[in-house]
Write a protein that binds this ligand. Sequence first.
Ligand SMILES: CC(C)(COP(=O)(O)OP(=O)(O)OC[C@H]1O[C@@H](n2cnc3c(N)ncnc32)[C@H](O)[C@@H]1OP(=O)(O)O)[C@@H](O)C(=O)NCCC(=O)NCCS
Length: 125
Amino acid sequence: MWFIAWLEGRPIGFVGVGMHNDRDVDEMVEARGYALVEDLYVEEAYRRRGAARALMEALEKVARDADMPGIILDTGVDDSYAAARALYAALGYVDQGGVYLGGWSDPDRPGVHIVDGLTIWIKPV
Ligand SMILES: CC(C)(COP(=O)(O)OP(=O)(O)OC[C@H]1O[C@@H](n2cnc3c(N)ncnc32)[C@H](O)[C@@H]1OP(=O)(O)O)[C@@H](O)C(=O)NCCC(=O)NCCS
């Protein structure tokens, strides 16, 4: 399920959430029974106006209404993720520690594959 933040008729941010599904082993292992947050992003020009907070609060309400025990997500440990870590801490997510490596491919730069140090954050709902 995807949530889009709109400002004056224009989409300025988004976030996805996957609900735990015990018929999908990959999802079950990755999400550990929690609602799994993916790909939170707010356009640079519209940051610090509460869009990410509103997206996360909308997602948390859906997870609560679906009786999920909590929300799980991962985020990077380097400086480029400082805003995200501050946001999650402000919203009550707790860093579980234990850095691991995650990789992704940048769709804007074909052939560029990035590896980040990540930690898991959890918030009960
Ligand atoms: C992280 C991100 C989604 C935050 O979006 P945003 O709309 O600017 O966040 P909000 O305005 O809702 O911020 C809510 C709270 O989070 C914290 N926060 C957000 N950005 C922050 C920053 N740059 N520095 C410190 N705290 C920050 C603050 O507590 C803020 O509340 P305040 O503005 O009242 O102080 C945005 O910076 C982004 O898209 N970054 C690049 C992509 C990314 O890192 N995604 C997450 C991957 S895990």
